[in-house]
Design a protein around this ligand. Sequence first.
Ligand SMILES: Cc1ncc(COP(=O)(O)O)c(C=O)c1O
Length: 495
Amino acid sequence: MSTDKVDGKRINNPETSFAKMEQEFGLFRQRFPAYERTSRIDELRASEYGRLDRAEHVYLDYTGGGLYSDHQIREHSAFLKAGIFGNPHSSNPSSLASTEADESARKYVLEYFNASPEEYTVIFTLNASGALKIVGESYPFGPGSRYLLTFDNHNAVNGIREFARAKCANITYVPNAAPELRIDETRIEAELAKPNPHARNLFVFPAQSNFSGVQHSLEWISKAHAFGWDVVLDAAAFVPTNTLDLSTYHPDFVPLSFYKMIGYPTGVGCLIARKGALKFLRPPWFAGGTIEMASVQGDRYLLSEGAKAFEEGTIDYLNLPAVEIGLRYIRQIGIQTIHERVMSLTAWLLDRLAALHHKNGAPVMEIYGPKDTLSRGGTIAFNLLDPNGLVFNFHYVEETAAANNISLRTGCFCNPGAGEIAFGLTKADMVTCFDEEERASFERCIIAAKGKTAGAIRISLGIASNFSDVHRFELFAETFLDKSAKNDSGTTFHD
Ligand SMILES: Cc1ncc(COP(=O)(O)O)c(C=O)c1O
């Protein structure tokens, strides 16, 4: 245990804190006996993620980015040192070596998600946003088409509405509801029952919210299909700690970023696409790599077939083998083992954080989303409150966490829809913000004009999380007990 400090004050005495943690850990293990089955990860924490404990770092931003193991770096480095790899678009030996490694990675991605190669293909992209952009810009929206999405979505999904709007499609958002931040199933089903039968209709939702950790029902996929919708399942925040089995669920498109699952490499994501649905996408342009041939004088081009038509330019051919190395590593540990561990730690943390109260009985935390682990993942969004219910400025909380070597994330996490519901912001609040003449940041506008919270704090658990991480976070949260937001946080505002 480190010499933990907040604002220069120790949050706990290092001599007593280790004993306290051991005692708490004993109680934790009694309550979550399944955690014992994940002890392999404790060995890996020491051997593969030793840098965390050497730096006494509490990493709580796995939904932002996963952490890589030393193993992945060793394996990738050995792979690079052993071969001669050139640009894949040729048939010289170095080019063929790259093609072979990249096709192996492509095949393994399908295998990892239990996706039949007859049914699915993999398009490599820069990240999940790049994968979503492919769908948005290539989808055959037209007048009367419907684009249906949940409030709870990443901005890259919100952004697709601009492609839909440009092609005169109708855009419908289904809201989620506070405090659980779940979506009303009946509203989804009512909307799904009304596709435009004369056009193509697209429905997008996240398997897991990157804001609240809520997991939405994967059963919506087959329900939507039954009404004739095409379905994008945004799996970016779900797959790092959950099983996605594409032989059980059959979404048309699945965008994801590999760095969220395996930490390394960054800059590579993919769109897993159902071949049957891919043939409806029309890329709006062509580039090197996406065509069989193009002519300047003939003013025509012939698109490649399948995934190749969407991989613009040179793929990240040296990093794709690292994707396969990382996925094999996860598979060897077992995604269910990671899941079990993360959910035990999340359950403990949710209980402990919800139980924190000031002396006057007021809660310390306002948690946005479910307070138990039913249909949710290991991502918790919240704000810290003082005894009078004033919200601590999240920048201040991030700074004090940083001073304690705790990595967490603050803001609205590129998910404005979930944030607007969580913070009680209305359409009128938001519209007037955009009408103001000066370009104001979302946060400045909301605080200044509306007197409402404009962001939250998010902690998220992942592959290398252990009890010490969550225990240290609880100790950090306890330092806010009976503390006034007025004195310490700089800015205060009512929720
Ligand atoms: C659910 C979800 N979708 C999409 C994205 C976008 O991922 P990227 O920034 O890697 O493109 C994220 C990133 O946080 C996410 O959590």
